[in-house]
Design a protein around this ligand. Structure first.
Ligand SMILES: Cc1cc2nc3c(=O)[nH]c(=O)nc-3n(C[C@H](O)[C@H](O)[C@H](O)COP(=O)(O)O)c2cc1C
Length: 331
């Protein structure tokens, strides 16, 4: 079901269509249309990576399922359904890049989350149909290059994020990015609660990007063992290394050990050089990633319940912070 008209949105309109400034971040082998739709129904932007599908045909099927789902929800509830987003790896090494981009254009995906490489030509084509592009960055230089390419905003991936991560402290990273960009900034890394979302706004972000928290949901396509390990882990069970798949990433230590990875070798290997695991164990499928936020996740919830909890925590935190500020002003 291809939308007939471009759903033109500017940054503010994008925020206005959310009940809470949260994006359920795209996660390989985890996010899918069911998770994205359940989030969108609760006013949280849902997303998935195009490369989370096996083929362009399957990606197109996911797009159809999502767009039909949004229409159904709008018809059923008449309520505000959040726009959805797709992650597109725009690096030249992605052989599906061109075909997946064409599908995003044909289906007028409202928000494209571009990652790796330079978004360049893709930005213009996405803008032509009224889409918004937010690009993943880990430092100010990445942000500068993405903004030069015309993106609408950046996703600042700080240290402690799940998946491929940044390494810079979130305060430092946001401050550096705010020196060069006054438009949309999304903050990523370690957030699990509505109070964290409010804190991200206080730091100068417009939106919060939550990945790991959404792995522990019933809709997530993650292996049951991955979900269980998330619930059972603390931040100290997360191992940072660029030697599992070549890029800096945070991995669950217990899954590294279970896959036969030698942790001592991992600690002493130069970044980018790969440390082997048992033949049968695959990165991402058997070696699992998570951010530092794991220690605050103690149950697998339905996505709707999680989103409602985030909204309630956010409202309570706003009230509490307001009371603290008013108290301080009157004393
Ligand atoms: C299991 C997993 C898979 C991920 N896969 C992708 C991906 O395919 N594309 C992407 O842009 N980011 C990916 N990420 C990163 C997330 O989109 C997001 O930046 C990150 O999860 C935010 O940090 P948090 O996990 O601490 O909340 C992944 C993260 C996790 C945990």
């Amino acid at each position: 079901m291809i939308p007939e008209e471009a759903d033109k949105m500017n940054a503010q309109q994008l925020l206005d269509r959310l009940e809470i400034p949260v994006i359920a971040a795209p996660m390989f082998l985890v996010s899918n249309p069911a998770l994205a739709l359940a989030a969108c129904a609760e006013g949280v932007m849902g997303s998935y990576p195009a490369h989370g599908t096996r083929s362009a045909e399957q990606f197109e099927a996911w797009l159809n399922e999502t767009i039909e789902g949004v229409r159904r929800l709008e018809g059923e509830t008449g309520a505000k359904v959040a726009p959805f987003a797709v992650n597109l790896v725009v690096h030249a090494s992605n052989p599906r890049m061109q075909g997946d981009l064409e599908l995003c254009i044909r289906y007028r995906v409202p928000v494209v989350l571009s990652s790796k490489g330079a978004p360049g030509e893709a930005v213009k084509r996405i803008h032509d149909y009224g889409g918004i592009v937010l690009h993943d960055v880990a430092n100010q230089r990445h942000a500068e290059k993405a903004l030069e390419a015309g993106v609408d905003g950046v996703i600042a991936v700080a240290g402690g994020a799940g998946g491929h991560t940044g390494t810079i402290n979130p305060f430092a990273l946001l401050n550096e990015i705010r020196r060069i960009h006054h438009g949309i900034v999304v903050l990523a890394g370690g957030m699990t609660t509505g109070r964290d979302v409010l804190a991200a706004q206080a730091m100068g972000a417009d939106l919060a990007y939550l990945g790991t928290r959404f792995i522990a949901t019933t809709e997530a396509g993650a292996a049951e063992g991955h979900k269980r390990m998330i619930v059972d882990s603390k931040a100290t069970d997360v191992f940072f290394s660029a030697s599992i798949d070549g890029a800096p990433a945070n991995w669950l230590t217990k899954s590294l050990i279970a896959a036969g990875v030698d942790l001592d070798q991992l600690r002493t290997t130069l970044p980018g050089k790969i440390v082997s695991a048992q033949e049968s164990k695959k990165r991402w499928k058997d070696i699992w990633t998570a951010g530092h936020g794991v220690g605050n996740i103690d149950a697998v919830l339905g996505t709707a319940e999680l989103c409602r909890r985030l909204k309630a925590e956010y409202a309570a935190a706003r009230k509490a912070v307001r009371a603290t500020i008013d108290g301080a002003a009157s004393s």
